[in-house]
Each structure stands twice: as structure tokens, then as C-alpha cells.
Ligand binder design. Sequence first.
Ligand code: URA
Length: 195
Amino acid sequence: MTILRDKNTSVKDFREIVSEIGMLITYEATRDLPLTTKEVETPICQNRGPPQLRAKIRCGSHSPGRLGTWWTACCVSVPGARVGHIGMYRDEETLEPHVYFCKMPKDIEERDIMIVDPMLATGGSADAAISEMKKRGCVNIKLMVLLAAPEGIELIQKNHPDVDIFCGAVDDHLNEHGYIVPGLGDAGDRIFGTK
Ligand code: URA
């Protein structure tokens, strides 16, 4: 996390570390999912195992293009996951999220949902994304973020006490522009080198 926070970290290193942390967080977030075993024959004897994931998983990323390295890291840990997208933008003045795009597979309500977003700041867009999934009948929902602010965690825990949050670190507070402090700046800009 310290390397991600450093403003002098290169785009290449930033992307790689986002991917590494994404895999670690996914590992934690999937550890309680139901497993099944498989009978195999080793060169020595019959053996039951290793366990296989039984759950059907779907990752929902907020922004399809800009945050690609974050959700693709999750797919490395769960290769068969179906991925849907909720596109949102944040009104610069009100900081309120607006959904402009939503594409989900048909059997979504049968799946374990892992919502993936790099930053949990005010919590507004994660709150809206979770509500959007619940509207579609989803019940097993988890939220995975790189970095969280206490304000965002509080909002999600108040509005969605059933949703567990997995994050790389919890920071101190949000500043008047809605940025996490100390934070790492704008996650999209850091991933794509746009600033
Ligand atoms: N989104 C970001 O990319 N960074 C923040 O600090 C807050 C929201």
C-alpha cells in the first residue's frame, strides 16, 4: 500500500501492485464460499480432493474500462467468474453517483456477488451499486476495495449491514473534495497515467 500511495511510483508498478493486492483481497473474500471435492487417481493411489469452488460467482465492476486491472486481478483468483458492469459517474458538485450503464448476466440472482471498486470514499457509488444488485434479486453480496475511508464504511454498514467489506487498508478521513486522506490520489488516473 505504501508503494501505491507514493506519488512517484510508476504506472507500471502501480498496475502490478493493484493486481497483487486484488488477488490477495479476492483470496480473503472467497475463503468462506462452499467447496466440493473431486475423486482423482494419483500415480500412487485414489485420492479425494483438492476442493473445488461450488459457488457461482459474479464480479461487478463499477467502471468497465478505467478500472480494468482491478477486476481482472479478481478474475485471476476466480477464473470462471462471470463479470457484469455497472457504469457510474460522480457528480463533481454533489458527489452523488449516477448509473449510466448496467449489463449483467441472466442468472445473476443465483450467484455470489462480489462488487469490485478500487476506492470506498463517500460510499455513495458502492451503496448505489449494492442497491442495484439487490433490486435484481441478489442476496449474497460482498464488497472488495483497495482502500476505504471510515465515512464510506459507515454508510455501507448502515445501509447494507448484510454486506461484508474486504479492503487493503482503512485510511483516516475524506477531504473536502471527497478524496481519501492520506489515500493514493485518483485511482483511475494512477492506473492509466492520465495525470
Ligand atoms: N476516488 C479516488 O480515485 N480517490 C479517492 O481518494 C477517492 C475517490
